[in-house]
Ligand binder design. Sequence first.
Ligand code: S3P
Length: 438
Amino acid sequence: MGAGKLRFSVAPAGPLRGEIHVPGDKSISHRAVMLGSLASGSSRISGFLAGEDTMATLRAMQQMGVRIDRPAETELVIHGAGHDGLHAAPGPLDVGNSGTSARLMAGLLAGQRFDSSIVGDASLMQRPMLRVVEPLRRMGADISCTAAGTLPLQIRGGAQLRGVEYAMPVASAQVKSALLLAGLCADGMTCVIEPAASRDHTERMLQSFGVDVKRDGLRVCVTRKSLRAADVRVPADISSAAFFLVAASIVPGSDLLLPRVGINPTRAAVIEILRAMGARIDVRASASASGEPMADLRVRYSPLRGIRIPPHLVPDAIDEFPAILAAAACAEGTTILTDAAELRVKESDRIAAMAAGLAALGIGTRETPDGMSVAGGNPRGGAVDSAGDHRIAMAFAVAGCRAAGDVTVHDCANVNTSFPGFAACLRAAGGTITEEWR
Ligand code: S3P
């Protein structure tokens, strides 16, 4: 680390080859820390993502009195506080850039006996929180945010929550999970109905921790329950693997193996989308762990073509669009993305950030309110801005491996929120990337 901002400089690469071990799944790591902290007994977490976002969750739980040992970088032993065992933190919980921490924690804290507040970094302070605040209020929570619907969240302790039946307006695993966590402290049954299936890691992991989760299509329900400790093995993060699936697909001669990647069906649409574009990806299932299916993924170079992305696949690939749009930039023909307005409220406005960066590399794009089209071709060298967003930074680093000239990506420090060691992994595979603080 150093003063200023981190930038990546990427030169066109020869073939990318070898075995890449991407870090643990971010969504599952957050949930493991939260559920382990609420449980009675000790839970061992292996393959934990030691990224800034998940460390923010870990620190927040420690601030509320949970003892967490870390025998190795990616191993945790969480000595759960039990159902009523959390204590007020000494000050506001600062979750940095992490939307998952903020929203899930809002649900977790809504039924506690003590007051709490949640703050974050400049980007997170802009992101919409009413989507959790409103349904939690319906459950009886005493929770407030700013008039603009943003952090800080103030949660007053001692509210008696009651179960509700809530039809979510947008497919959001963070909102669903917040309500299910609140439902563990509520009278009666809490049911969430989704407009489309979002990632279901919370439901799977709650079951491992002894909760009877009732699922019927898009409706999922829980009742009040104390958790019992469980061990969790975290698979490699498919959202991080996605950058290498794209890199190998677009750089001629590439052949990469990505072992033990989580392929939960609510997360794996990136494979289906890239295959529809012509990518050559083999999925060899390995044993599932802690209720989450895993596979070894092998990806080899293959010429890509533009497609119309099937709207029903969008929620299950929502974090992968920066990578997919980088692939589209190198495909023959036009790729059309629709039904993805949620991308505008992620760590950055990902539609605007991708359109601006692709234009800087000479790729034609057209933005729409809920998506964009990309006229594929041959990206040229140039300078792009990540908008402080980890996935935009990595998407352009990958595009740089195939561009005709050098690509500079500005403002990349946030890559550490989800994928510490990304640049080293890309270098290990044969990429030419340097990191510089200035
Ligand atoms: C996440 C859910 C998704 C995703 C985010 C992680 C989660 O957000 O974009 O990176 O862990 O629950 P939404 O719930 O807002 O779709």
